[in-house]
Design a binder for this molecule. Structure first.
Ligand code: HMG
Ligand code: MG
Length: 297
């Protein structure tokens, strides 16, 4: 079990990208600024993907320009191709995340490319990022199951994670996009990837569709992973993953970690306040049990 864990807060991106009602640019900026005051060190701010594919995040440049970028906090953004990289750089972005999947069928639906094509698209992006001093994170989706293909062989996850790492991604986030995994499968998958990519370069990213996310996080912590992706109020979902629902709630992860004596540097009360504020903006109850429990006190 690690002593320190870094939470990568993906609420402003993964949390909002699947919202049907447009969230205002001002609210997106306020969400990130509030998160910046909680002690988080990584906040995924938005996506420079095609606005035709994800209309909710069409205001990526305005959001990035409007947030207060605090020293010591990374504000990565999703970039699918060179067009996205150009837009992100024009906005002043200093860290990006590229994303592909372990399943061909999901990749085709999500980014209109095969796995091999997606990796090819990333090559010039990674080259330019290296030259520009931009840090690059890499995502592998559908690591424990695919909505279109079903089972995903662990060997495919390992192959794609290794490819992203070899291309120069400093960290690879392993995503259970549709939240179907259970702890033993999550542990086995992580162990197999960690045999090829060093554990300090790995992160885990669980969605809670089947109620397994926190259990999966714990199993992976016990394997030694020290970077966890999560979203305040358990917001989240991928518009191109049928049936995917929210990310594991950041508040729930932080409460569990602090309860086990693991440091995050995060002020849980402030984080929960932010999660509850976001839930109220989205017009629903918080998807975080901890957020609900703190609000009821
Ligand atoms: P395409 O249609 O194959 O691309 O989409 P294209 O190159 O043919 O371009 C089509 C049009 O989009 C063109 O405009 C381009 O200029 C424009 P037109 O000529 O028709 O006017 N375009 C762009 N505009 C702005 N920014 C860009 C951009 N690229 C092209 N970057 C593409 C391919 C990759 C662009 C598209 O499929 C896409 O944007 N997909 C994004 C899907 C997405 O964001 N999914 C959710 C994120 S992944 C996720 O949630 C999983 C994760 O959380 C981990 C997990 O849970 O597993 C990360
Ligand atoms: Mg996700």
């Amino acid at each position: 079990m690690p002593v320190d864990v870094r939470i990568v807060e993906v609420g402003p991106r993964d949390g909002l990208q699947n919202e049907k009602t447009l969230v205002s640019t001002a609210d997106k900026i306020e969400l990130i600024d509030r998160l910046s005051a909680t002690g988080l060190r990584s906040i995924e701010a938005t996506s420079f993907v095609s606005p035709k594919w994800v209309p909710q995040l069409a205001d990526a440049a305005e959001v990035y320009a409007g947030i207060e970028r605090r020293p010591g906090i990374a504000y990565p953004v999703l970039v699918p191709n060179e067009t996205g990289y150009d837009r992100a750089r024009a906005a002043g972005v200093a860290e990006i995340a590229v994303f592909t999947a372990a399943s061909e069928a999901f990749n085709r639906t999500n980014i209109n490319a095969s796995i091999a094509e997606s990796l090819q698209r990333f090559t010039p992006v990674l080259d330019r990022a290296r030259a520009d001093g931009v840090r690059v994170r890499g995502y592998v989706s559908t690591v424990l199951g695919c909505p279109y293909q079903g089972a995903v062989p662990v060997a495919d996850v390992v192959r794609v994670a290794r490819a992203l790492h070899e291309m120069g991604c400093y960290e690879i986030s392993l995503g259970d996009t549709i939240g179907v995994g259970t702890p033993a499968a999550a542990r086995a998958m992580l162990r197999a990837v960690a045999a090829e990519v060093p554990m300090p370069a790995l992160a885990v990213h669980f969605h809670d569709t089947w109620g397994q996310a926190l259990a999966n996080v714990l199993a992976c912590l016990e394997e030694g992973v020290a970077v966890i992706d999560s979203a305040v109020s358990g917001a989240g979902g991928c518009p191109y993953a049928k049936g995917a629902s929210g990310n594991v709630a950041s508040e729930d992860v932080v409460y569990m970690l602090h309860g086990m004596g693991v440091r995050t540097g995060i002020d849980l009360d402030r984080l929960a306040e932010t999660g509850n504020w976001l839930a109220s903006k989205l017009g629903r109850a918080s998807g975080s049990k901890v957020g609900q429990a703190l609000a009821a006190r």
